[in-house]
Write a protein that binds this ligand. Structure first.
Ligand code: F0G
Length: 385
């Protein structure tokens, strides 16, 4: 029974758009949350108060499967034959697995040239996705895929697709399950295209309306310092609070300004190397609903936190380390209290990007710089111990 077998669809009452016979599942969402003494100590909160929600356990190795099963199911309902995405690697890996497993749809993926960690590119290739390399980065690939899919009538599975977010809500249902439906004080999540943070906000708003939770957790979204549009915008928005600026106006202004400066995102955490997150307005609403905060973490802070997660028994990819790095920043600033219960989401598996991990632990500055050059990370805020 797919509705029982999937960690997403066993909550089908809360994502009621699909009749059971249309559901396409690869066994996604069978993930776990683990308490981490090591990470508690690192972040600086009371032992036992830090939890890691390990989404690397998904079939394609990242949280994306939670959303992809929902989008793919919708694509199946509308009879799509081709599905496309732009990706920093994990969305494309997930789409490739779903297409190859189900056989009804062809996967077409757009990636920035040299921007994808090999673990992720390997998945797209092995699962037979048509893989198009764009001269540019994720933001360019996103523009291109939106244009192409609109023109050719291809089903788009990036998180502009609302069904993706419906599936990703279940990550929070499982967190709550793990805590016996006691709402934690904080949910900390890396921010890239801002699908997760938007989905989590929606999940909590709905659960509160349904009376299934009695209070909202606080949401912390962590940008990489080299890809910090949300962080900048959030600060700016607070400054302009009295000026009557609407969010959409502010977002447009930010994007225009970035175009003018030809600004490029730049971080070793390639999964979140994004300057123009498509879910910005939705994420702002989620932050409002959950008394949210936004912080930025440097590549050094991200990789140090990632190594700490690894030392504590769970392996994650660089972008995932941003959540633990962000929790530490918020604790150091006195915003997270030692007695707070904090859930950090580990979004992707360690084996997604072994190149960066090996370079980090090698202590070899030249090797690390080589990786930065390969990935086109210009500002080398690099991590050598
Ligand atoms: N962590 C990982 C491992 C990711 O792959 C992504 C996004 C994020 C965090 C950010 O999540 O977009 O919901 O804010 N990866 C996308 C991709 C962009 O193409 O795989 P978000």
């Amino acid at each position: 029974d797919p509705l029982a077998f999937s960690g997403v669809w066993r909550f089908h009452e809360l994502l009621p758009f699909a009749a059971p016979e249309y559901v396409v599942t690869i066994g996604e969402g069978q993930t776990l949350m683990r308490n981490s003494a090591r990470a508690s100590k690192y972040v600086g909160i009371d032992e036992g108060n830090l939890y890691l929600q390990y989404e690397g356990m998904n079939p394609s190795g990242s949280f994306k499967d939670n959303g992809m099963t929902a989008a793919f199911t919708h694509a199946n309902i509308v009879g799509a034959r081709r599905a496309a995405c732009a990706s920093t690697g994990n969305t494309s890996a997930s789409l490739a697995v779903f297409c190859s497993a189900h056989g009804s749809m062809k996967a077409i993926i757009f990636v920035g040239s040299g921007k994808i960690a090999y673990g992720k590119l390997a998945q797209a290739l092995d699962h037979g996705a048509l893989t198009v390399q764009i001269a540019g980065d994720f933001d360019d690939a996103m523009t291109a895929v939106q244009e192409v899919s609109r023109r050719l009538g291809i089903y788009l599975v990036n998180s502009v697709n609302g069904f993706r977010l419906e599936g990703q809500k279940t990550i929070m249902y499982r967190v709550l399950e793990g805590l016996n439906w006691e709402v934690p004080d904080w949910i900390v999540v890396p921010g890239g295209n801002l699908g997760n943070s938007s989905a989590f906000g929606k999940a909590f708003i709905e659960l509160k309306e349904l009376g299934l939770i009695d209070r909202m957790p606080r949401l912390a979204v962590i940008n990489a310092a080299g890809a910090n549009t949300l962080y900048q915008l959030y600060e700016e928005r607070q400054l302009r609070w009295h000026d009557g600026y609407g969010d959409d106006e502010l977002v447009d202004q930010f994007f225009d300004d970035m175009t003018e400066r030809n600004a490029r995102a730049s971080t070793i955490a390639s999964a979140i190397e994004i300057n123009r997150p498509v879910n910005l307005p939705k994420c702002l609403r989620a932050l409002d609903a959950c008394s949210g905060v936004v912080r930025e973490a440097t590549d050094q802070q991200i990789l140090d936190a990632k190594a700490m997660v690894g030392a504590g028994g769970l392996g994650c990819e660089p972008a995932s380390g941003a959540s633990v790095a962000g929790a530490k920043i918020l604790r150091d600033q006195g915003i997270i209290a030692p007695s707070d219960r904090v859930v950090c989401v580990l979004t992707g598996h360690q084996l997604k990007d072994p190149t960066v991990t090996v370079a980090y632990h090698s202590g070899d500055r030249d090797l690390f710089n080589e990786v930065l050059v390969q990935r086109g990370v210009k500002r080398a805020q690099h991590a050598n111990r």
